[in-house]
Ligand binder design. Sequence first.
Ligand SMILES: C[S@@+](CC[C@H](N)C(=O)[O-])C[C@H]1O[C@@H](n2cnc3c(N)ncnc32)[C@H](O)[C@@H]1O
Length: 496
Amino acid sequence: MNDEVLSLAKYLASSRAGYALSEMNLYLSEKYEEKELYEILKPHFYDLDIFCGADYKCTKLVKRPLPADETVIRELDKLLKKPKLPARIESLIESYIERSCGKNWHTGRTAELIRENIVKQKEEYWKRKGISKYPKIRIISYLLYHFPVYFCQFQFLLLELLEKGLLTNKMSFLDAGSGPGTISLSLMDFLHRLLGVYSKKGFDVKLNIRIDSVEQAQENINCYKELASSYLSGLSASALENANITIEEPVHAPLETVQAPEADFIILSNVLAEMSPTPRERADVVERLASRSKNPTIIIIEPAERETSTALRITQHALTRKGFAIYSPCTFIWGVGCTGEDCWSFLELGNIQIPSFMEKIARAEESYRYINTDMKFSSVILRKDGLAKHAYRAKGKFVRLANLKKHVEKRVNVVASVMSGNLGDEKTFVFKICDSTASIPCYAVLPSYHISEGNKRLFEAGYGDIVEIYGTLVRENKALNSYNLLITRNTIVKPV
Ligand SMILES: C[S@@+](CC[C@H](N)C(=O)[O-])C[C@H]1O[C@@H](n2cnc3c(N)ncnc32)[C@H](O)[C@@H]1O
């Protein structure tokens, strides 16, 4: 009988702008309560392109970019500025830990075991071995130690996508290597907050969202399912009023061989470095994952630490050779791509507030070993259609960073993306810069006594933003095989 309901819903969705579920009874051979019809159709809302509200009225959903005017962005930015796990997520995680390890998980022998595991997990990571197994205790220590930062940092990338008009009211996501569901939960929470901002600002926005996931460890899938369904069932009816979120059954498979469903967004957060293929070969895995999707936005996130970060750039470069274009953070300022070799670049977003469960497990000697609040990561966003965050291309008057050798000890004009926060200190500010032509690292160096009206806009440049620098002195750092571009008080820095 459900087939009859579904085919009628398909017909109505294609022929009408809107209808009440009760109207369906006019055409069905068997009569249903509205609630029953709603439950039958709920998993199909996404494919039917309809949005059905709590009043059981359905409307056709036309795909369009989500409103992202300045007031919306400012409001969301305010929410994310003091990053912390939302209270609901905190209690969701803590309840899960309680169900797994008992109410007193943070005291006695259980807490000792968890702390030992947090330390072991970090040691294994640095030794790069044995990180593919996820027994229960590992999931608990992952939730306590890694989850909060990864959850919060992902929302900054979503904000960037929203701001640039890449998020729409109908979207499908693939959380690849989902672990306990960090990315899926972060996404749902972001959308929930966004809907809150829309309703405050009087925007009528409805969302149709589908989330798929792939994961090789069954224990993680169990955790994912429990957390995701508790999250959704814990939302009030009013919070869900404008969002139809379908979480598909997680696919239990390795990313290397899975037949991944098509998706608008494919996210690999802290997964690539755990995989056995080489950084170059990982591009094949990502390409396979994206093969069914028309024009996916692929988001890859890796730790900022040197080895994983530089490996990400090699994978990224291999993907560009397969026809994927970098949306951000790199801009091919001269229209030529870099080689992706030896590039260590990451974004620093500061610290999140310590979640109460992290504080509890850290009530021990050397508590710093159990505290992880630093949002610092490397990432890349790729697309197939060539869309880039910055469309800027340099013209004539600048020296390419690849040609600095010819200009050592001379003043030149350059244009480059700022690819780090301050790597120096308060006396000497150092920023990694890149125009994608140079094979050796280049830095803009600004001693504090040289800060002037003309050059202080260097501090305003966000990660990946482009600046034109006029009259900078080229210095070669032979010991570190790099170039320093000295910004003096007469140097002019202009964001573009
Ligand atoms: C560090 S966790 C990251 C989890 C989550 N994405 C996050 O950012 O918190 C890595 C996850 O990737 C999974 N994973 C690693 N290699 C995989 C592979 N080849 N196929 C599928 N999953 C994999 C692990 O089982 C683990 O759940």
